[in-house]
Ligand binder design. Structure first.
Ligand SMILES: Nc1ncnc2c1ncn2[C@@H]1O[C@H](COP(=O)(O)OP(=O)(O)O)[C@@H](O)[C@H]1O
Ligand SMILES: [Mg+2]
Length: 371
């Protein structure tokens, strides 16, 4: 089932929770809605489900306008973080519930409901536990029952709101992989909410990054990570360092000196330079690089994270070095980003990749992602 969200706005008592969101979801796609707490993810999911109504805009299921339809008419499946199972019902009764409560004319025969529920329990690898009660299951098992329950009604769209949010990291990682496998096996169009970027990047076909009720960027995990279109996306996804800079005639200036980076299409004026801590090279001399004093260094797994203080204004950035690098506290160090982006303080973001310091590279203007 394809889904089209068109210019959706949701206002609660004068507070705009969703601001003109547009998004097309392809049939069979697994989409992650990713954003910090309060960015509007749950609100958008509830509007798609029909649990709440739009202030303006339209939601289409296929060619059909679903905006005014009820939850039942939309036939969506849900899994929520704290969507408790019915405690007084067994696992099997929980899974078959959605079909049992259907009106007689659309309800399958009891034997068929049982067959389908058992088949789903097999899919979520809970065969043998059908007569247990929810309090006899682990958290991960309960969420698998919740998923089987959501799938039992043969939903047109599957909606998951931080379904693994309450589980510990190890179980989360396992369930994440397993959810992707189930998704590939059943082919449901699915929308998955998370505030965990790792979960979104690992699981989704496309990621929708949300911030303050707005859609910041839509793209594949690679696009989002490699080509963030805004300072928010750059700093929200993955590790990042940033510095206030100035653009003059396409040259990037840090305080009173150039740093060997050019951005020919950037308008003159203040801007912010972003780079990933691991996308840098250490240089010897400093005729066009970033230099500073090491103020802290810590080992993180296989690398060393080094914090550097730069210039009189004492801006701090972090870079990543091999563990054997001798960067000692209070020593001077000079580096150059190998990939970076400059976002003018006002106006459109710029796109720039893999420059070689001696060459000039045409930078491409990238319009804000259409929302
Ligand atoms: N029923 C409501 N009434 C008033 N404000 C709401 C309501 N539901 C959500 N909000 C507000 O809308 C914003 C987005 O909330 P939500 O969609 O739950 O964010 P997220 O799921 O991304 O954490 C928040 O500021 C929240 O307080
Ligand atoms: Mg939420």
């Amino acid at each position: 089932m394809e889904l089209a969200i068109r210019n959706v706005t949701k206002i609660f008592d004068g507070f705009t929770a969703l601001d003109n969101i547009s998004l097309n979801v392809r049939s069979g796609e697994l989409i992650a809605l990713l954003g910090p707490s309060g960015s509007g993810k749950t609100t958008l999911l509830r509007l798609i489900a029909g649990l709440d109504f739009l202030t303006s805009g339209q939601i289409l299921f296929g060619d059909e306008d679903a905006s005014a339809k009820s939850v039942q008419e939309r036939n969506v499946g849900f899994v929520f973080q704290h969507y408790a199972l019915f405690r007084h019902m067994t696992v099997l009764e929980n899974v078959s519930f959605g079909l049992k409560i259907r009106p007689a004319r659309s309800r399958p025969p009891a034997a068929e409901i049982r067959r389908r529920a058992l088949e789903l329990l097999d899919l979520v690898q809970l065969t043998g536990l059908e007569n247990r009660y929810p309090n006899q299951l682990s958290g991960g098992q309960r969420q698998r029952v919740a998923l089987a329950r959501a799938l039992c009604i043969e939903p047109r769209v599957l909606l998951l709101d931080e379904p693994f949010g309450a589980l510990d990291a190890q179980v989360r990682r396992e369930l994440r992989r397993w959810l992707r496998e189930i998704h590939d096996a059943t082919g449901h169009t699915s929308i998955f909410v998370t505030h965990d970027q790792e979960e979104a990047l690992e699981l989704a076909d496309r990621v929708v990054v949300m911030n303050k009720g707005r859609l910041e960027q839509i793209g594949t995990p690679d696009e989002i990570y490699d080509n963030p279109v805004s300072p928010f996306v750059f700093s929200f996804i993955g590790e990042s360092s940033s510095l206030p800079v100035k653009i003059t005639n396409g040259q990037v200036w840090l305080q009173d000196r150039t740093i060997g980076l050019t951005e020919p299409n950037a308008p003159d004026g203040p801007a912010t330079l972003f780079f990933r801590p691991h996308d840098i090279e250490i240089v010897d001399g400093c005729g066009g690089c970033i230099a500073g004093t090491v103020v802290a260094s810590r080992r993180v797994a296989g690398t060393k994270h080094v914090e550097i203080e730069i210039g009189a204004e004492q801006h701090r950035v972090e870079i990543e070095l091999p563990v054997e690098h001798p960067a000692a506290t209070r020593s001077r160090i000079a580096f150059r980003p190998k990939k970076w982006k400059v976002f003018p303080a006002s106006g459109e973001p710029l796109y720039h990749t893999a420059p070689a310091p001696a060459e000039t590279h045409p930078a491409t203007m990238l319009g804000r992602v259409a929302v």
